[in-house]
Design a protein around this ligand. Structure first.
Ligand code: GLU
Length: 470
């Protein structure tokens, strides 16, 4: 395959949710598997929605996932600048070219006039669109108005032209221009709109494949018309399927769709997030094989990107995450758990705790609920114990303490054999006895293996906790 030059073109208007980050992942895979380039281009032309800190977050997401970019912010590149706000002159120059060629025109209409027009059209049941009021202005009128006030530049969309392209994901698409508005290309502040800037940059940066969400399909005819008017070659186009929430409506925060950074902070591993994202709209075997980025570079096939919408299922992400947590060595996992443990935690203690909680964990943030008792004595009440334990828990705990007290070799084997002996001697129900011990030591009915936990806690603390409850 010829090397792909692809771009991820985020608008720094907020931190993208996981669905938008999928585009970056697909871009990156395509660039890496073809020996091409992955470009990050910052589409920062909407100044009213600009959030300066969001770009750092977007780059942090790419860094966290391991999606390195070849050209763009921080790394530069042969087509810099990669910030659209720094390329205004070029867009203005192209807008002029379009005006000169008759594919665009000046519009001086006030926002009041446009607002009224919209109201009237709506009231008449028409699709709101610009009525070309300024299209018929004479050259001298235009010059006069240009001196007097503000203006925008609009695209003069053909009235009835079929725009047809073969989308590498969606197949053949044909859209007639008759319902399309005369899009504003250049705003009164001299900034381009997305439509002008994206075409100019994709051309100037020699992008070979445009990969973006399906929501941009309806804009594509405008872009095709721009390419055609400028005599530029059109890149290949892929529109990725929409991601829906489990209720089949557009994915939103309501469905738990957050940014990759939010998921990271909740304790999802990058490997799980990558696999989760790649299967949102792409299929491989039975869609459950977990693959490393390197393996994905090998097997990713854009022909297997589906047309139909993908459905976001957080249970799948949880499952992937649990799997990757279990695949980590204790040492690796302990390192990942550190941010979730009390600050200043002793690393050797963390390594001892890690294997005890590994099998039960879905997210790293569960460290607190699963392992908090290693750091702080639980607050347990007799009432709670009474509710959970059927037998004579006071007796269980008194005898347990007496049995544990003389143990010198404080190891799991020894602890277990002594306690089992005690249970047998008294003919107590094993489950009930250990539940009482569990509650006394860890404050919860769901804990890591309790005898192993006692080893980590140390004899003194174990006896103190039992004593405190008694
Ligand atoms: N800036 C656009 C966005 O954030 C990019 C769309 C495109 O890739 O063409 O969605």
């Amino acid at each position: 395959m010829k090397p792909f030059r692809v771009r991820f073109a985020p608008s720094p208007t907020g931190v993208p949710h996981i669905g938008n980050t999928r585009t970056a992942l697909f871009d990156w895979l395509l660039a890496r598997q073809t020996g091409g380039q992955f470009i990050v281009r910052v589409e920062d032309t909407d100044r009213s929605r600009y959030q300066p800190e969001s770009l750092e977050k977007i780059l942090e997401i790419l860094g966290f996932l391991g999606l390195s970019w070849d050209e763009g912010p921080k790394v530069g590149g042969p087509y810099q600048p990669y910030f659209q706000s720094q390329r205004l002159k070029r867009y203005q120059e192209v807008a002029q070219k379009l005006i000169d060629g008759g594919a665009a025109y000046y519009c001086f209409c006030s926002s009041d006039r446009l607002g009224n027009l919209r109201q009237e059209q709506k009231a008449a049941g028409q699709i709101p669109r610009y009525d070309r009021h300024c299209l018929s202005l004479s050259k001298s009128e235009i010059e006069k108005k240009k001196k007097a006030g503000q203006y925008v530049v609009r695209l003069k969309m053909p009235d009835n032209q079929n725009f047809i392209w073969t989308d590498l994901v969606q197949g053949r698409i044909a859209i007639n221009s008759k319902d399309l508005d005369d899009q504003v290309l250049l705003k009164s502040d001299g900034f381009p709109t997305y439509h002008l800037a994206v075409v100019v940059d994709d051309h100037d940066m020699e992008v070979s494949h445009i990969v973006r969400g399906v929501e941009w399909i309806s804009s594509t005819p405008k872009h095709l018309f721009l390419y055609q008017s400028l005599g530029w070659q059109i890149p290949q186009i892929m529109h990725l399927p929409l991601i829906l929430g489990p209720d089949k409506t557009k994915l939103s925060k309501r469905h738990g769709a957050k940014s990759v950074l939010d998921y990271r902070d909740e304790g999802y591993l990058k490997e799980a997030l990558i696999n989760f994202m790649v299967y949102l709209g792409w299929s491989y075997q039975d869609n459950s094989k977990l693959l490393s980025l390197e393996e994905l570079v090998e097997v990713f096939d854009y022909k297997k990107i589906q047309k139909q919408n993908a459905v976001f299922d957080i249970k799948k992400l949880d499952w992937f995450n649990g799997y990757y947590i279990r695949m980590k060595s204790d040492k690796e996992l302990a390192k990942l758990l550190k941010p979730f443990a009390p600050s200043g935690v002793n690393e050797s203690l963390l390594i001892k705790i890690t294997p005890l909680i590994k099998d039960r964990m879905v997210k790293l943030s569960e460290f607190e609920s699963l392992a908090g008792f290693f750091f702080e004595a639980p607050k347990v009440t007799g009432d709670f114990l009474a509710k959970k334990i059927k037998g004579d828990y006071k007796n269980y705990l008194e005898k347990a303490a007496q049995t544990l007290q003389p143990i010198e070799d404080w190891q799991e084997k020894e602890i277990t054999s002594r306690l089992m002996g005690l249970i047998e001697e008294n003919n107590w129900p094993t489950g009930d006895f250990f539940m009482a011990l569990r509650i006394a030591i860890a404050g919860s009915c769901y804990t890591p293996p309790i005898n192993d936990s006692m080893v980590v806690l140390g004899k003194e603390r174990v006896l103190k906790r039992i004593g405190a409850l008694l």
